[in-house]
Design a protein around this ligand. Structure first.
Ligand SMILES: [Fe+2]
Length: 287
């Protein structure tokens, strides 16, 4: 079955959020939403998320799932806001527990911060399946960019998060804590073993040399033939060498510090202090 997919591109973070709809009904899932955050002022905004809320309401859709492909380091998730507005269960990979443990330490979180994934409604493992109305979703564990990265294969569409990007851009970085270029290579082979006509929807796009438009959809066949990092049978050793050399030169994403603290809590802010104020921390010389 072929889901109806509507993409929402966030200019501030180059993130693509997706509404995935069962063509035979009203059920939908929302994948990788964005809560706007202005770091300079510490202010959040729901403009991006409201575009999705408006779309879901105007189409009369029933939101069943709010899926995260991973703990994003470059934008805050709007999943709790969308849940409040539209309903649905928040799901992420079971390895979130590893990510929570790592960043619980980095941010010196106290015992209030549970590292068991209990902030999420559903933790997925490799081989799990779920439904969006009559549509079936299958879950692949595709770590490498982070330990908890999942690919959601829904009908003929695979939502790969930050594993593969568009064929002309390549692949995601592997230098965050718990990342591994060798692991990412193996995960990408798993994605590329899906049928050639499987549609691939990526989590980010940054254009690419010679391309003026943002893009987010390709196919397994196109990725296998043309991905500049892993296409045309690129071998593991040369991929790992290339990926590690590239990652060594990349700056940290602008919003990594607020994003991790919020996204490891399923998109919730840290708890309020006695006066109802909310604070995010900046760990010095830790990342
Ligand atoms: Fe990411």
């Amino acid at each position: 079955m072929s889901p109806e997919i509507t993409a929402f591109f966030d200019d501030a973070t180059n993130t693509i959020s997706y509404v995935v709809r069962d063509p035979g009904g009203r059920a939908c899932a929302i994948i990788d939403s964005v809560l706007d955050f202005d770091y300079a002022s510490g202010r959040t905004d729901t403009k991006s998320a409201d575009a999705i809320v408006d779309f879901v309401r105007s189409e009369g859709l029933d939101t069943q799932w709010l899926l995260e492909t991973h703990v994003h380091a470059d934008h805050l998730s709007a999943a709790p806001y969308l849940q409040e507005q539209l309903g649905g269960k928040i799901g992420i990979g079971d390895n979130i527990r590893v990510v929570q443990d790592t960043f619980g330490k980095v941010f010196n979180e106290g015992t209030e911060f549970q590292r068991d994934g209990s902030q999420f409604d559903q933790l997925f493992n490799e081989g799990d399946s779920f439904h969006i109305g009559q549509l079936r979703g299958d879950v692949l564990h595709t770590p490498g960019h982070t330990p908890a990265c999942m690919t959601y294969v829904i009908g003929d569409a695979a939502f790969v998060g930050d594993t593969l990007f568009m064929p002309d851009f390549g692949t995601a970085r592997c230098d965050f804590p718990g990342g591994s270029s060798e692991t990412l290579y193996a995960s990408i082979q798993k994605i590329l073993s899906l049928p050639d006509d499987t549609r691939i929807f990526v989590g980010h796009d940054y254009k690419a040399p010679g391309r003026d438009e943002y893009a987010w959809e390709s196919t397994v066949g196109e990725q296998k033939a043309r991905n500049v990092h892993v296409g045309d049978g690129a071998d593991k050793d040369s991929f790992v060498k290339m990926r590690d050399a590239r990652d060594a030169k990349l700056p940290m994403p602008k919003l990594i510090i607020p994003s991790l603290q919020v996204n490891m809590r399923a998109g919730h802010m840290p708890p309020e202090d006695e006066e109802g104020n909310v604070f995010l921390k900046v760990p010095v010389n830790k990342l």
